[in-house]
Ligand binder design. Structure first.
Ligand code: ADP
Ligand code: MG
Length: 794
C-alpha cells in the first residue's frame, strides 16, 4: 500500500507577448519545497477581492516554467505515475486551470509538432515500451475515452459516434455495485495491443470530440475529458491478475461565471462547468478536512467517476496550468488556491490484485493431477474416481466384522484412501438410518399389540360377538336378496324389451327410422332412439319397482292391492293418462308413417333430378350440343316439390318431437302415480294389520295365516264395493276375497323364487310383526334396483 497526498505540479504557459516582469516568481531552492509567488500589480491589488496583499505564495511539488517542454513534463509528472500503473496501482493525472492555460496541450499535446505530444501519447508509448520490455509479465491494455458535458457522459470511442452533436449519442451512466464500486454503463472498452492502436483510439476520440463541437457548443473548453488506460498484468502461470487504471483528465476551464459574463445557453454551460468543478472543489475540501465522514462524491458525475482518484485507492497527480498574464492573475491565484487544498488530500493506493477463477481452476486441476501422480508412485496403484466392485465388497465385509466385533478397542482400518473412508461413513450412516426406521415400526407394532392384548370385559365381548353374528346374518340375507334382485332386474329388462318389440310389431313404430337429410342432421334425441335412451331406463326402473313389489307380495296381498288400486281415486287419473298415452302413440304412429312417406318421396324427387341432369349431359355429348342455359321447367317443378316435401317433413318431425316429449311425460306421470298407489297400499296394509292385532286379540293367532280381518260387515259390503270404484270407504274395510293362509302363499310363490333363498319358517314370520321388516327390505330393494337398473341401461 502506498500512502501519499495528491501530488501537485504547476505549469506556466508561455506568454505570446513578451514576458511580463514582476507578475510571478518561482523559488526553486533545492532544499526547500518549490514555491510560486504571484505578485499583484499595483492597480490590480487595489481592487482585488481578498485583501491588499501584494504577493501570494503557493507551494508545489514542482513548478514548470514557460520553457518546460512536453518531454520534461512527462518525465517529471507522468512517468512516475505510469510506472506505478505498470506496477498495478491506479493513477490519475488531471489538469486544472482556466481556459487557454494549456490543459489540453499538457494532457493531449499540441496539434502541430511531434515534440508537442502531451502526456497521453507519451504515457501510452512508455507503457507499451515497458510492457514489451518486461517479459516477466503479460500485459493487456484497454482504452476508454469519456467526455462529460453538462453532467452527461458520452463515449468518445462509441463506434456509432458519427453524430454531429454529443446529444445524438447514447449517454454513459453511472452504476454503483453493493461494494460501492463505480461502473460506467455504455462506456466502451477497446483493447489496444500496440502503441499505434492505442494512439489511433486517442485520435478517434479527439476527432469525435472535435466533430461534435460547434461554435455554440465549445465542448473542448466546457467539458471534461477522461482518457483511461486499463492495464492488466499477470505473471505467466499465475492466477493472480493485477488491474490498474490510469485516468488522464483534461478538465473544463475553471474560469468563473462572473468573468465569463455571458447569458443564455453559454451561461447555463458555464454554470454547469462551474457546478461540476464546484462539486469537485467540495469533494476536495471535504477530503482535506480531518474527521470529515461524508464526502459528496455523488453530487456530480465527474466526482463519481474520479472517486478513487480523490481520497481513494489511487496515486493522483494534479497539474495546475497557469496563464500568468496580467488579466489572468485572479484566475491563476484561484487555480493555485485550489491546488493547495488538493495537496492536502491523502490517498491510499493499493495493488488491485484478484484471482482469475478460470486460471485458478486450471491451476488446481493441474495440482490435483500432480498429486494423483505422486500418490500413484507412492502406493504403486493407479486410482480412479470410483471404487471398484471388489473394493466395495471388501469394505462392506470390513464394516460388518467391525460392527460385530465385541472388542471396544477394535478399529476399522481402510488405509489412507479418502474414497474408502467416505464410503465407510456413508455405509454406516445408511445402516443407522435403516435401524432407526426398523425400531420405529417395531415400537408402533408393539404398542398395537399391547392395545389388542388388553383383556376385554366379558360383557363387552359377548356384545361384540352378538353384533358380529348379527352382521353375518345380515350380510347373508343381503347377499341373497341382491342375487334375487339382480335376477329380477334382468327379467324386467328382458320383459320391457319384449314389450317394446311387441309394441313396435303391433303398431309398426311411429318413429321414422332415419332422416332423409342424412344422419348428421338428425337431432341427438331423434325419435328412433327414444326407446333405448335413458328415459326408458328410468321408466322401466319404476315399472320394475312396481312389478317387483307385486311379486314380493303374497297372493292375498296382491289381490288386495288389485282391489285397492281399482278403488283408489288416482286410478282414474292413471286410467285417463293411459288413454291419452294410447292416443298419443297412435298419433305418433300415424305421424311416423307420414314422415317415412315424406322421406321416401324426398328420396325419389332427388333421384329424379339427378337422372334428369344425367340425361341432359348425355344428350349434350351425343348431339354435340352445349347444355342449354335456359332453365329446365321440369327440373324446376321437381325442385319446388322437393322443397315442399322437405318443409312438410320438417313440420312433421317437429310435431313428432313434441309428441315424444308428451309421451315421455305421460309415462313418467303414470309411473309416479303407480308408485304412490303402491306406497299408500302398503301403509293401509300395515294399518289394517295393526288394528287387527289390537282390536281382536282372539284372532291374533289367526293373523299368522290370515292377512285380512274378515267381518260379516265387510263380507256383506264387498260386492257393492267392488262395483263402486269411487267409494272411498272401501279402503278402510277392504276385505280379502278369500282367506289365504301363509303356507298357501308360500307354496304358490315358492316356484318363482330363487331356490337359493332359504325358506323362512312359517312360524318365525308373523305377518303383522314383519311389516316393518318388509318395508325396510322394500326400501333397500328400491335403492338396489335403482342401481341395478342404471347399470343395466348404461
Ligand atoms: P486549455 O485546454 O486549457 O483551454 P489549450 O491547451 O488549448 O488550453 O492551450 C491554448 C493554446 O495555447 C493552444 O493553442 C496551445 O497550443 C497553446 N499552449 C498551451 N500550452 C502551451 C505550451 N506549454 N507551449 C506552447 N503552446 C502552448
Ligand atoms: Mg482544452
Amino acid at each position: 500500500m502506498v500512502k501519499q497526498t495528491i501530488q501537485i505540479f504547476a505549469r506556466v504557459k508561455p506568454t505570446v507577448r513578451k514576458q511580463q516582469q514582476g507578475i510571478y516568481s518561482i523559488d526553486e531552492d533545492e532544499k526547500l519545497i518549490p514555491s510560486l509567488e504571484i505578485i499583484l500589480p499595483r492597480d490590480l491589488a487595489d481592487g482585488f477581492v481578498n485583501n491588499k496583499r501584494e504577493s501570494y505564495k503557493f507551494k508545489f511539488q514542482r513548478i514548470f516554467d514557460q520553457d518546460a517542454n512536453q518531454e520534461t513534463i512527462f518525465e517529471n509528472i507522468a512517468k512516475p505515475v505510469a510506472e506505478s500503473v505498470l506496477a498495478g496501482y491506479n493513477g490519475t493525472i488531471f489538469a486544472y486551470g482556466q481556459t487557454g492555460s494549456g490543459k489540453t496541450f499538457t494532457i493531449t499535446g499540441g496539434a502541430e509538432r511531434y515534440s508537442d505530444r502531451g502526456i497521453i501519447p507519451r504515457t501510452l508509448s512508455y507503457i507499451f515500451e515497458q510492457s514489451q520490455k518486461d517479459s516477466s509479465k503479460i500485459y493487456t491494455t484497454h482504452i476508454s475515452y469519456l467526455e462529460i458535458y453538462n453532467e452527461c457522459g458520452y463515449d468518445l470511442l462509441d463506434p456509432r459516434h458519427e453524430a454531429s452533436s454529443l446529444e445524438d449519442l447514447p449517454k454513459v451512466t453511472i452504476l454503483e455495485d453493493p461494494d460501492q464500486n463505480i461502473h460506467l454503463k455504455n462506456l466502451s472498452l477497446h483493447q489496444a495491443t500496440t502503441e499505434e492502436e492505442a494512439l489511433n483510439l486517442l485520435f478517434l476520440g479527439d476527432t469525435n470530440r472535435m466533430i461534435a463541437e460547434t461554435p455554440m457548443n465549445q465542448a473542448s473548453t466546457r467539458s471534461h475529458c477522461i482518457f483511461t488506460i486499463h492495464l492488466s498484468s499477470k505473471e505467466p502461470g499465475s492466477a493472480t491478475v493485477r488491474h490498474a487504471k490510469l485516468h488522464l483528465v483534461d478538465l473544463a476551464g475553471s474560469e468563473r461565471v462572473a468573468k465569463t459574463g455571458v447569458g443564455g445557453l453559454l451561461l447555463t454551460e458555464a454554470k454547469y462547468i462551474n457546478l461540476s468543478l464546484h462539486y469537485l472543489e467540495q469533494v476536495i475540501i471535504a477530503l482535506s478536512e480531518k474527521h470529515r465522514l461524508h464526502i459528496p462524491y455523488r453530487n456530480s458525475m465527474m466526482t463519481s467517476v474520479l472517486r478513487d482518484s480523490l481520497g481513494g485507492n489511487c496515486m493522483t497527480t494534479m497539474i495546475a496550468t497557469l496563464s500568468l498574464e496580467k488579466r489572468n492573475i485572479d484566475e491563476s491565484i484561484s487555480t493555485c488556491r485550489f491546488a493547495q487544498r488538493v495537496a492536502l488530500i491523502k490517498n491510499e493506493a493499493v495493488l488491485n490484485e484478484e484471482i482469475d477463477p478460470r486460471l485458478m481452476i486450471i491451476r488446481l486441476q493441474k495440482e490435483i493431477q500432480e498429486l494423483k501422480d505422486e500418490l500413484a508412485i507412492v502406493t504403486g496403484e493407479q486410482r480412479t474416481e470410483a471404487l471398484t466392485e471388489a473394493e466395495l465388497l471388501q469394505l462392506e465385509k470390513l464394516i460388518t466384522s467391525f460392527l460385530e466385533d465385541q472388542d471396544p478397542e477394535s478399529r476399522l482400518e481402510v488405509g489412507a484412501d479418502m474414497r474408502k473412508i467416505h464410503h465407510c461413513f456413508h455405509h454406516l450412516k445408511k445402516l443407522l438410518h435403516d435401524k432407526k426406521i426398523h425400531e420405529k415400526s417395531t415400537v408402533s407394532s408393539e404398542i398395537k399389540d399391547q392395545n389388542c392384548q388388553e383383556p376385554l370385559k366379558e360383557e363387552e365381548y359377548k356384545k361384540l360377538r352378538d353384533i358380529l353374528q348379527q352382521r353375518d346374518n345380515e350380510i347373508n340375507i343381503l347377499v341373497n336378496m341382491l342375487k334375487k334382485e339382480k335376477k329380477k332386474a334382468q327379467d324386467a329388462l328382458h320383459l320391457s324389451s319384449m314389450d317394446r318389440n311387441e309394441f313396435r310389431h303391433s303398431q309398426s313404430s311411429p318413429f321414422p327410422p332415419g332422416n332423409p337429410e342424412g344422419p348428421r342432421t338428425l337431432p341427438s334425441s331423434a325419435p328412433t332412439q327414444v326407446h333405448d335412451s335413458s328415459a326408458v331406463g328410468y321408466r322401466s326402473s319404476l315399472l320394475h319397482r312396481k312389478t317387483e313389489m307385486r311379486e314380493e307380495m303374497s297372493l292375498g296381498r296382491q289381490e288386495a292391492f288389485e282391489i285397492f288400486k281399482r278403488d283408489h281415486a288416482d286410478s282414474v287419473t292413471i286410467e285417463d293418462n293411459k288413454q291419452i298415452l294410447k292416443q298419443r302413440f297412435s298419433e305418433a304412429k300415424a305421424l311416423g308413417e307420414n314422415i317415412n312417406e315424406a322421406r321416401s318421396k324426398i328420396g325419389r324427387l332427388k333421384e329424379e333430378i339427378t337422372q334428369r341432369h344425367l340425361q341432359q349431359v348425355a344428350l349434350g355429348i351425343s348431339e354435340n350440343m352445349a347444355v342449354p342455359s335456359v332453365p329446365d321447367l321440369q327440373e324446376e317443378k321437381l325442385r319446388s316439390q322437393l322443397e315442399e316435401e322437405k318443409k312438410r317433413y320438417k313440420t312433421m318431425f317437429t310435431h313428432l318431437k313434441a309428441l315424444k316429449v308428451e309421451i315421455e311425460h305421460l309415462q313418467l306421470l303414470m309411473d309416479k302415480a303407480k308408485v304412490k298407489l303402491q306406497k299408500e297400499f302398503e301403509a293401509w296394509w300395515a294399518e289394517e294389520a295393526t288394528s287387527l292385532q289390537v282390536d281382536t286379540p282372539a284372532v291374533k293367532s289367526l293373523n299368522l295365516t290370515k292377512p285380512f280381518h274378515q267381518t260379516p260387515e265387510s263380507l256383506h259390503e264387498r260386492p257393492q264395493l267392488l262395483s263402486n270404484k269411487s267409494d272411498v270407504n272401501a279402503r278402510k274395510i277392504l276385505p280379502s276375497p278369500c282367506p289365504i293362509t301363509y303356507s298357501q302363499e308360500q307354496n304358490s310363490t315358492s316356484a318363482s323364487l330363487d331356490d337359493s333363498i332359504p325358506k323362512r319358517p312359517t312360524s318365525s314370520i308373523p305377518l303383522t310383526g314383519d311389516s316393518q321388516t318388509d318395508s325396510d327390505i322394500l326400501a333397500f330393494i328400491k335403492a338396489r334396483q335403482n342401481i341395478l337398473q342404471k347399470k343395466c341401461f348404461q
